[in-house]
Design a protein around this ligand. Structure first.
Ligand SMILES: NC(=O)c1ccc[n+]([C@@H]2O[C@H](COP(=O)([O-])OP(=O)(O)OC[C@H]3O[C@@H](n4cnc5c(N)ncnc54)[C@H](OP(=O)(O)O)[C@@H]3O)[C@@H](O)[C@H]2O)c1
Length: 275
């Protein structure tokens, strides 16, 4: 297996750039100024403005090597049909290649720290065809790691892992009750050293944030409930994504990897998730 050198480590929290539209550059710049080193985007104009992410990276003046930038390849079904950033009639391998060229151009960077498949494709042969094209990008050193998102079926992930030449290093999933918080999938990811990134961490879980357990811990640590929950996720080896639009919350979110919960407190929160 080809090993990429000089990779930037993934930060413990990543700034998400979805739904920010024409405010994307301003907010990404604010996030970088606040101290975020990781940025998540996608070559998917329906939800992300990747070019404005690139503008902010440039405007920040921060050396590219200090940042962890990840983007996604979005299959045709995930796009607004009027704004697909590649030839939708081209073979899958060509779609991936074209999308990645657009990403490099948008991000004004000749590599990304991670390239993530936005969603699994079926039949599995299509998923593998896309993955092979992503592996070529990795082999050229233009993606330092590969990942998959919205993959809730552990069998699909295991099959991808066994057939992939370059193994998935990241799974980016919605963190919510309906998937039982991916408890089995996360355990398997941990065993393979795959980093699990969470989204919807706050929005899908108001019942956890409003629980007595988390409210009590917020009082004890003099932190907000959101901060306690992010600290818990980090304690579980999860890398949360935050797309906050507030300067204050950016600071709060970045503080969370310094909140060290006691092991019995971690257990109390775990038991809220898996009762
Ligand atoms: N792979 C995928 O399919 C997929 C899907 C969805 C999202 N994502 C990625 O994940 C990122 C995050 O998305 P998300 O769905 O998790 O939601 P989000 O856009 O991060 O929104 C989180 C909500 O939590 C609030 N918030 C953040 N920090 C807070 C704090 N410290 N205290 C109180 N409230 C706080 C925000 O409000 P304020 O703005 O007021 O702080 C916002 O209302 C996206 O930008 C995107 O990059 C990926």
């Amino acid at each position: 297996m080809h090993e990429n050198q000089n990779t930037t480590p993934m930060p413990s929290l990543i700034y998400g750039t979805a739904w920010k539209k024409d405010q994307t550059a301003r907010l990404v710049l604010e996030a970088l100024k606040s101290g975020f080193k990781g940025i998540d985007t996608a070559c998917q104009p329906k939800h992300y403005n990747e070019a404005l992410v690139g503008d902010a990276l440039k405007l920040s003046g921060i050396d590219r090597s200090e940042l962890f930038i990840q983007t996604k390849f979005t299959p045709v079904t995930g796009h607004d049909p009027s704004a697909i950033p590649y030839d939708k009639d081209a073979p899958l391998s060509e779609q991936v290649a074209q999308s990645f060229e657009v990403s490099k151009n948008n991000l004004k960077s000749d590599y990304v720290d991670a390239l993530i498949l936005h969603t699994p494709l079926f039949p599995f042969a299509h998923l593998i065809a896309v993955w092979r094209a992503m592996e070529k990008i990795y082999e050229r050193g233009e993606a330092k790691a590969l990942g998959i998102s919205n993959c809730y079926d552990l069998n699909v992930l295991k099959r991808l892992y066994s057939e992939a030449e370059i193994k998935p290093a990241i799974v980016q999933n919605r963190f919510y009750e309906e998937s039982d918080y991916d408890v089995h999938l996360r355990a398997w990811c941990n065993a393979q050293h795959i980093t699990y990134q969470s989204f919807w961490s706050l929005t899908a879980n108001p019942h956890l944030l409003g629980s007595r357990t988390i409210m009590k811990l917020a009082l004890k640590y003099r932190k907000s409930e959101a901060q306690i929950f992010f600290a818990y996720l980090i304690s579980q080896g999860i890398t949360p994504l935050s797309g906050t639009t507030s300067k204050e919350h950016m600071r709060d979110d970045l503080e969370t990897d310094r909140i060290v919960l006691e092991s019995d407190e971690i257990e109390q929160i775990s038991s809220l998730l898996h009762h």
